[in-house]
Design a protein around this ligand. Structure first.
Ligand SMILES: Cc1cc2nc3c(=O)[nH]c(=O)nc-3n(C[C@H](O)[C@H](O)[C@H](O)COP(=O)(O)OP(=O)(O)OC[C@H]3O[C@@H](n4cnc5c(N)ncnc54)[C@H](O)[C@@H]3O)c2cc1C
Length: 381
């Protein structure tokens, strides 16, 4: 892996940093309080090519690869983790369709996703009783004369109430277990698709998390993504890539918190010296900076493998496990360094602590990442 960024990767990083500071940072704290969904911000990011960094150019993306995508995600999350997760999920949907759709599916959905026309996409896999074990999902797709009829409940769907298109996983052959699961492209606002609940979360208030009920949603024959029974494999493939996005999100949140902590520790004096000169504070910040760099290297390695079409599942799980766990610790250190002020809303650290927590949970909990890594260790024997 070349540790030197290419000109294109640097350009994407600078573009994302500038957009994040100009468009996202000034209103992130307000969105955290109001919970407003960042429609105009997403469209502005789309205009800059940031909704399709890794999507091929011929489909309207920037075609800049997964390393550039990770760098962009880190910059967005450094300013507003809610916008970052919305972009990450939407990107996962765009890449999934681009890699597995029919020519018609690809041309119909992907350019509209990356241009911001559809605002965002959603990934509807989890269900109330099927989280870590998505093979246990019970949403059914029944064959009709004109296509498929989908019925069931989806849980925790990021942007589920906002997305222009949702990838919905459903059982087409219950006797075949996980090999009976298929994926469908469902337009947002389809008749029979209702939002039954918007979750009130600890953090990520500017990201919408919906419970969805599909009550006989009719889709055409051409709505199935890839073949029947291919859904589980598609989901696992998409989640491998998604984990690079969530690792990047965690790193971005942590970087923002660490930068604030170093700034604060250099300015705040106690016992007549800046607190960073107290060894206890300096040590905590040194650990945090080291973890941040280690997580970044793991994540860029996974991104590098992915964009070179090498196996990257294990690397993505390691990147997500390490980055999300350490990002939580880094944000906690940043709060400690701020003392009592860190516990207030006057500083962005308490938001970072709330926002970062879920990176250890979604797109596979830390426990599930360890299972993936251990299985790969066994396989390598
Ligand atoms: C804010 C938010 C946004 C989300 N967005 C989406 C989305 O857009 N699309 C989507 O499909 N899903 C989404 N999810 C769902 C997310 O992926 C799940 O929450 C996650 O996979 C865990 O599932 P669960 O919550 O049902 O927990 P469970 O699977 O019930 O797990 C509970 C606990 O048991 C542990 N556990 C489970 N199985 C094992 C095992 N075999 N070994 C050891 N420990 C185990 C878990 O690690 C966890 O600690 C989102 C979740 C949240 C909170």
């Amino acid at each position: 892996m070349d540790l030197q960024l290419t000109e294109e990767q640097s350009l994407v990083q600078r573009t994302a940093r500038d957009a994040a500071e100009r468009l996202l940072a000034p209103h992130a704290a307000r969105r955290d309080v109001t919970g407003e969904f960042p429609v105009s911000e997403l469209r502005a990011l789309a205009d800059l090519g940031l909704l399709g960094v890794a999507v091929p150019e011929e489909l309207g993306g920037a075609g800049a690869g997964t390393i550039a995508y990770s760098l962009a995600m880190q910059e967005l999350a450094r300013a507003d983790a809610s916008v970052a997760v919305t972009v990450s999920v939407s990107n996962m949907v765009a890449e999934l369709i681009a890699a597995n759709g029919t020519p018609q599916q690809i041309s119909h959905w992907v350019p509209r996703l990356v241009s911001g026309e559809l605002v965002c996409g959603a990934f509807a896999l989890s269900e109330p009783q099927a989280g870590s074990d998505p093979a246990a999902l019970t949403t059914r797709a029944e064959k009709t004369d004109r296509g498929w009829r989908l019925s069931g409940t989806k849980q925790w769907i990021t942007s589920g109430d906002r997305a222009g298109v949702l990838v919905v996983w459903a059982m087409t052959d219950p006797r075949a277990g996980h090999k009976g699961i298929s994926a469908f492209l469902v337009p947002g606002g389809s008749p029979g698709l209702t939002v039954s609940r918007i979750e009130e979360k600890m953090g990520l208030h500017g990201s919408s998390t919906a419970q969805l009920v599909l009550d006989g949603v009719e889709v055409g024959e051409d709505a199935m993504l890839s073949g029947p029974g291919r859904g589980f494999a598609l989901a696992m493939m998409a989640l491998d890539g998604g984990r690079i996005g969530i690792a990047s999100q965690a790193l971005g949140i942590a970087r923002g918190a660490l930068e604030a902590a170093v700034r604060y520790a250099s300015e705040r004096t106690q016992f007549d010296v800046p607190i960073i000169r107290h060894q206890a504070i300096g040590n905590m910040l040194a650990d945090a900076a080291t973890w941040l760099d280690a997580g970044t290297l793991l994540t860029l390695r996974a991104a590098d493998l992915k964009q070179r079409h090498q196996p990257y599942s294990q690397a993505a799980s390691m990147a997500k496990l390490f980055s999300s766990e350490k990002a939580g610790l880094i944000c906690d250190i940043a709060l400690q360094v701020h003392g009592g002020y860190g516990y207030t809303r006057d500083f962005p650290i308490e938001r970072a602590c709330r926002d970062v927590r879920v990176t250890r949970i979604y797109e596979g909990t830390s426990e599930i990442q360890r299972i993936v890594i251990a299985r790969n260790l066994l396989r390598a024997q």
